[in-house]
Design a protein around this ligand. Sequence first.
Ligand code: SF4
Ligand code: SF4
Length: 317
Amino acid sequence: MSLLPIPLLPGAVPPQADAVSTHGLVLGEIGTTGARPGATGFLTDTTLCIGCKACEVACKQWNQLPMDNFGFSATSYDNTRDLGATTWRHVAFVEQMGGPVGTDGMPGGHAGGGLTSGGHAPTELPPFQSHWLMQSDVCKHCVNAGCMEACPTGAIIRTEQDTVLIQQDICNGCGYCVPCCPFGVPELSLFDGKVHKCTLCYDRTNVGLEPACAKACPTDSIQFGPIETLMARARERVGSLRERGAKTAYIYGDRAVGGTGGMDGLNAFFILTAPPETYNLPARPELPQSRTFPASWSTIGAALALGAMAIFSLRGR
Ligand code: SF4
Ligand code: SF4
């Protein structure tokens, strides 16, 4: 893949092989993905999202998902709150106080980098006024998917488009996949006792249609297509955003951010302008399975040490 130029975060050094920026990113991995050839997925550009929730509604309509138990959350104007068994697209409303861009390139920090003569970045409100970040979240269709590795029945498969699909007739509802997703996406349904999540509209993409959410999005915040095309588009868009003053824009889901910890990239990635945690996304996600091997060695080590201690104490008698 040819890599388009992407301005670095303020204070970062130019990319070299395996160079690590002040943000802990491997710079050579910015804008790259381990996606397999021919893979398709989503680019969700949060800078274009207006929070209309047309994607959520279109997803429910096409997939015939029941309504959620709407209520007053007292935490946000967004009342669906989270992804779940009956919410496969979820638009998060994140209210933030306006403020200067910090020296680390992130908003709300110390005065310094990225400020205009007006005292704030061109895309931000003045300090002490609130603004909104909107993000339409979805299953990331990980290049290496924790849910799929954990499924004991083979119900979770990788499609020919490299998306991750749960076959409902094979799922037995054991729920092993639920804790193995680093993003908290799959959920056991109260309706049928099986696990459900985004199918990336397999029944639409299979016949040449784009997924319902991407079709309904009025601003093209959600785009569907080949991963290589989308990643090149994301790099170009981040470069353009930074040139126009949105210094904190970056790609979440490339190998540098979000594609770490054994996942090797996400087939549904995002353009974000605030740290991942702001959107309730893990900053350095990793496959839970990657901790199994070291954990088992520490258990074996502890058992050997206890055994040795027991032998020495018995021999001393
Ligand atoms: S985001 Fe979670 S549910 Fe979706 S493919 Fe990755 S591990 Fe599976
Ligand atoms: S709940 Fe279904 S999809 Fe999840 S691990 Fe069990 S069989 Fe597999």
